[in-house]
Design a binder for this molecule. Structure first.
Ligand code: PMV
Length: 324
């Protein structure tokens, strides 16, 4: 390998049934399966160039040269790919996103999905979608779900080989929209890698995991039958369970701000009054409000009027990671 380049695009995803806690932190084997939808309007584009004449890996993210932990995590991921083909050429990685990174918007899912697809191609490796998903999982668990298209399920699996994600419905199956309520874009939350480690210290984690197959089934059925009310019920409970575990970990992690709870309460009130909306919250204070595309302007108008809302982003369901 002297010189070879490839580029890929990927989208972040929002989990309806969430991944929280690993059975094996090293290879990111999750304690439970999860279900998500890709966010097609939010995009990360990554170009990987292997070049033997480079002294070391370099990584530019949104025009800023990265060092320390960010560079190391990307280099470690490329080492897996270099290891498959048995070469050691350093790489230049150039990555750009059209949405804020590090604001609890699952930027690592899109980042590692795009990086995996671009680097595998640049390394000249042929890989199935299943194997791309397994490999992306090693960079960031939720990245496994940004490889396939549309509505996606990541099987927990028992080993590295059977923990991967598949598409359970294409992007055009159901015109859902994720309206992301940004309450704090600078929040330095406990990162998800640390959160997964802490999950085992909560006495509630076992109960959350034990009941997960049941929630996965309800969520899968709700998606298949486009049953918004059933989807709303299962995703809100699942999100609350993740946060209950985080709040009871040792040390405890509180991701919510007061405004987070105000948005959650408003969403539930609106639904009880007949507007089909539901909330789900990842490892940060921002709230993902899910609705059908027909209600988006009404939902956005109502959300914008709530206290503490800095900005709103929205996305339709998206495709999987693809080569450019
Ligand atoms: O992929 P990670 O390690 O960033 O973990 C993602 C964790 C959550 O976003 C909170 C849940 C999920 O399933 O995406």
């Amino acid at each position: 390998m002297t010189f070879s380049t490839a580029a890929a695009v990927a989208h972040p995803n929002i989990a309806f049934i969430k991944y929280w806690g690993n059975r094996d932190d090293e290879i990111r084997l999750p304690q439970n399966g999860s279900i998500s939808m890709n966010l097609g309007d939010l995009t990360t584009r990554t170009m990987v160039t292997f070049d033997s004449s480079l002294p070391r890996d370099t990584f530019d993210l949104n025009g800023i040269r990265q060092s320390g932990a960010a560079l190391q995590r990307v280099s470690q991921h490329l080492n897996l790919i270099r290891g498959i083909r048995g070469f050691s050429a350093p790489a230049h990685i150039f990555s750009e996103s059209n949405f804020p990174t590090g604001a609890g918007l699952a930027s690592s899912a899109a980042a590692f999905a795009a990086l995996t697809v671009a680097a595998v191609r640049a390394a000249g490796i042929e890989m199935t979608e299943k194997d791309l998903s397994r490999l992306a999982r090693r960079g960031s668990g939720s990245a496994a779900r940004s490889i396939p298209a549309g509505f996606v399920e990541w099987f927990r699996g028992d080993t590295d080989t059977d923990s991967y994600a598949i598409s359970i419905a294409p992007a055009d199956h159901w015109d859902l929209v994720d309206c992301i309520v940004i309450l704090d874009s600078n929040h330095k939350a406990t990162g998800s890698t640390e959160g997964h480690r802490l999950a085992q210290t909560s006495p509630l984690q076992q109960a959350r995991v034990k009941d997960c197959d049941h929630r996965l089934e309800n969520c899968r059925d709700a998606i298949m039958h486009k049953d918004f009310d059933a989807l709303a019920r299962v995703i809100e409970i699942d999100s609350n369970l993740l946060h209950a575990v985080a709040m009871t970990s040792n040390p405890p992690v509180f991701y919510w701000l007061p405004a987070t709870i105000e948005v959650m309460q408003a969403v539930v009130d609106w639904r009880l009054a007949g507007l089909p909306v539901a909330y789900t919250i990842d490892a940060g204070p921002n709230v993902h409000v899910i609705c059908e595309s027909g209600s988006i302007s009404r939902v956005q108008e109502k959300l914008a009027a709530l206290p503490g809302v800095q900005s709103l982003l929205s996305s339709k369901v998206g495709n999987g990671a693809t080569l450019e």
